[in-house]
Design a binder for this molecule. Structure first.
Ligand code: ZN
Length: 501
């Protein structure tokens, strides 16, 4: 068996090398590449993607997985080898069901739709992307239909990002969350708006970057195995466990933008840096699902980075960095400003409390489109209606309506949004578990120390990489299924104090 296992690992290592090389090209494309490189770069990435796909779906891989079944069954479920064989088989079965030509068609269609969207959004012209989006919906349905035996047509698409979650599960959890959130938002927004003008007075870039880097160093993001560069849309990318990079952007008239994106991406990156090195070069070397990944970014960004204790420690340092801008601003005023809740139009700028309502609108619309109960030609109108009912705001146009998120215009319709809110729910659930084990964590955060929390996350979540599905990991860490109560409790406590609810 050892010969077969070694053969499989060698093949997977080559696939991983090709995928990571693609990630380097993509990182470069988003950071330093001159625009003249765009055409060749797209081709180079497509070539590597094709080679990786061919190698991974080779019939020899299927034969090795069959031959290794008795060995896998002889091992404990959570051993590295059994997990490697199990997860590889799951991915192999999925990828061999979807023809390579179809994947290429979908990638090409995504790339050309994205190009049109970059012009249609500033021009507020939904009609221009409408026929392309109709094709995207058709392709998305075809993608789902290659995977047989689903309950809901969105299930195979959700599986790609959050394996093991069904549309019905997500709908139920989102319904419970919505019922709790709507009254909280109503109670908060009936009060006077928090004043966040102190964040917009002009903060030079160098100081912003230096402060953010200092915080994530304290968090435990390892700069010997990572770095931060500038980009348009911040992201985190992994070249190996020894090289996990983040990116940010700076707006001098918005202090929160770079800082919280840095804390967010560092949360993603610490997860990837914390994977056991025994899993390097395999499909297990990375976070397990979109939702669990987002739970880590949101925990470090919001639960830690927007907490009162955190700022009791860091605010004097921020004032030192920006004495002219923050001299007369009290900690209270600053804390309220970075936690301002308001009904708004744009998901990526939304606060912690309303953010999930934005996500749920998109998730529901995706399901309706896939089910066929909503047509693309009625999508812009349906978007406006939902924003009026759910958030009580009216977008003046489609630019800040249906055209605002890139996901449908570059990738696929279905499975792309639920991870954001699952991540928020999970951040509260995991943090509660960490506090049960170490009640001293909030006091440590108040002293600018994060080791206890970071180490708890490493040993309970990070080190496992993708060995366990999200539902398996939740069960192992919390002893039960996904629950919204800890997250709701977190919001109630924090915003109850802030707004005297
Ligand atoms: Zn994220």
């Amino acid at each position: 068996m050892q010969a077969e296992l070694q053969d499989l690992k060698n093949r997977l290592l080559e696939v991983d090398d090709l995928n990571r090389a693609t990630a380097v090209l993509s990182w470069d494309q988003s950071t330093y590449m001159p625009s003249g490189g765009a055409e060749a770069r797209a081709r180079q990435m497509a070539t590597l993607g094709k080679l990786s796909h061919e190698k991974f779906t080779d019939v020899a891989v299927g034969r090795l997985l069959d031959a290794l079944r008795p060995y896998e069954e002889s091992l404990p479920y959570d051993s590295d080898d059994a997990s490697l064989i199990r997860v590889t088989r799951r991915q192999y079965e999925r990828m061999t069901k979807v023809p390579a030509a179809f994947v290429a068609e979908m990638t090409n269609h995504g790339a050309s739709t994205y190009q049109v969207w970059t012009e249609a959004r500033p021009a507020n012209d939904f009609r221009r992307v409408q026929p392309l989006l109709e094709k995207t919906l058709d392709l998305s349905r075809r993608m789902a239909n290659y995977i047989s035996g689903y309950e809901h047509i969105a299930d195979p698409l959700i599986d790609q990002m959050d394996y093991g979650m069904k549309a019905a599960d997500v709908r139920r959890v989102f319904g419970e969350l919505r019922a709790q959130l709507v009254p909280i938002v109503r109670a908060i927004t009936q009060q006077a708006e928090a004043d966040d003008s102190c964040l917009r007075v002009g903060y030079p870039e160098a100081g912003q970057l230096a402060f953010g880097l200092d915080v994530i160093k304290q968090y435990g993001y390892d700069f010997n195995r990572g770095r931060q560069d500038k980009t348009h849309h911040p992201f985190c990318t992994t070249f190996s466990i020894g090289d996990v990079r983040i990116t940010t952007r700076v707006r001098e008239n918005d202090l929160g933008d770079a800082l919280f994106s840095t804390l967010h991406e560092a949360g993603h990156a610490m997860y990837e840096q914390g994977v056991s090195t025994a899993l390097e070069g395999t499909p297990l070397a990375g976070g397990t699902s979109a939702g669990v990944h987002e739970s880590q970014s949101r925990m470090w960004e919001n639960i830690v980075g927007r907490s009162r204790g955190f700022w009791e420690h860091f605010y004097p340092q921020l004032q030192q960095q920006f004495p002219a801008q923050l001299k007369g601003v009290s900690l209270d005023t600053f804390y309220r400003a970075i936690n301002k809740v308001q009904r708004s139009l744009i998901r990526v700028d939304a606060d912690e409390v309303t953010y999930n309502l934005h996500v749920m609108i998109r998730f529901d619309l995706e399901l309706q489109l896939l089910e066929g109960s909503l047509e693309i030609r009625d999508l812009a109108e349906a978007w406006h209606e939902r924003y009026e009912t759910d958030l009580g705001v009216t977008a003046p146009d489609d630019r800040d309506g249906v055209l605002q998120d890139v996901h449908w215009y570059a990738f696929i319709i279905g499975g792309v949004f639920q991870g954001y809110t699952l991540g928020n729910i999970l951040s509260g659930l995991f943090y509660q578990k960490a506090l049960e084990a170490h009640p001293e964590i909030p006091a440590e955060i108040g002293r600018g120390k994060f080791d206890t929390l970071h180490n708890w996350l490493k040993s309970n979540i990070y080190q496992h990489g993708s060995k366990f599905t999200a539902p398996e990991l939740i069960e192992r860490v919390t002893g039960g299924p996904l629950r919204i109560e800890p997250y709701i409790q977190y919001l109630r406590t924090k915003y109850g104090e802030l707004y005297q609810l």
